[in-house]
Design a protein around this ligand. Structure first.
Ligand code: ZN
Length: 217
């Protein structure tokens, strides 16, 4: 591209709006379809520089520098909607209450733009504790000791939980299959034995018939 400015071409997963040079977090910083979870590091108040001039604002800073969904975490200016959500979520909006707490952000596409009155995107805080929970590490397979890996369209966590429920221990897909076959074989064996017993029971006992009277002796 011919221009005197130094531009860098975006490729792959890089997207428009992501490289914004702003002091504060904006809706454009959040990847589509993600709801980043951030840990509150501090509460701030003061004059912040906005497009429309300087205004006194509440600001939250965060512990994370980068999380899934946000390439570069910046402080968030807290508007009245989000302040209300924080109060509802944690009981009050005190520094002693909020520092260290996790919040889940999402982009609301129907926020009224204070400049032109139209609709714009805004960052909102979910009115519930983050649901993106940190999962416990998946235990290794009890039978072979190897890591349990995703299989048959199920992830490792699901497989570990499913096998623990069905076999009493977490198993990899291969070992679960072996156990399943072993159980089936044992059942087959049992069935064969039962059939054999039944046949024995019903086998006619030896008896003698009196050739003259036809009576069973
Ligand atoms: Zn295994």
């Amino acid at each position: 591209m011919m221009t005197k400015d130094k531009l860098r071409q975006l490729t792959g997963d890089e997207r428009l709006g992501q490289m914004r040079e702003s002091e504060y977090l904006g809706a454009e910083d959040i990847d589509d379809g993600t709801e980043p979870v951030l840990t509150i590091a501090g509460l701030w108040y003061g004059s912040v520089t906005l497009q429309r001039g300087k205004e006194n604002k509440d600001v939250l800073s965060f512990k994370e520098e980068r999380v899934p969904g946000i390439l570069q975490v910046r402080p968030l200016i807290v508007n009245s909607t989000n302040r209300k959500t924080l109060r509802k979520l944690f009981g009050d909006a005190k520094a002693s209450t909020l520092v260290g707490k996790q919040i889940q952000l999402y982009v609301d596409h129907n926020v009224r733009d204070p400049q032109d009155g139209g609709m714009t995107d805004g960052i909102r805080i979910r009115p519930y504790k983050p649901r993106v929970q940190k999962q416990e590490p998946v235990p290794p397979c009890t039978d072979c000791g190897n890591p349990i890996e995703a299989a048959m369209g199920k992830n490792a966590h699901w497989l570990a939980a499913y096998t623990a429920k069905n076999y009493g221990v977490p198993l990899c897909a291969a070992c679960a299959q072996k156990r399943k076959e072993a159980v089936a074989a044992a059942e087959m064996q049992q069935e064969t034995e039962n059939v054999a017993e039944v046949q024995q029971d019903s086998s006619p006992e030896s008896f003698t018939v009196d050739p003259d009277t036809g009576e069973v002796l």
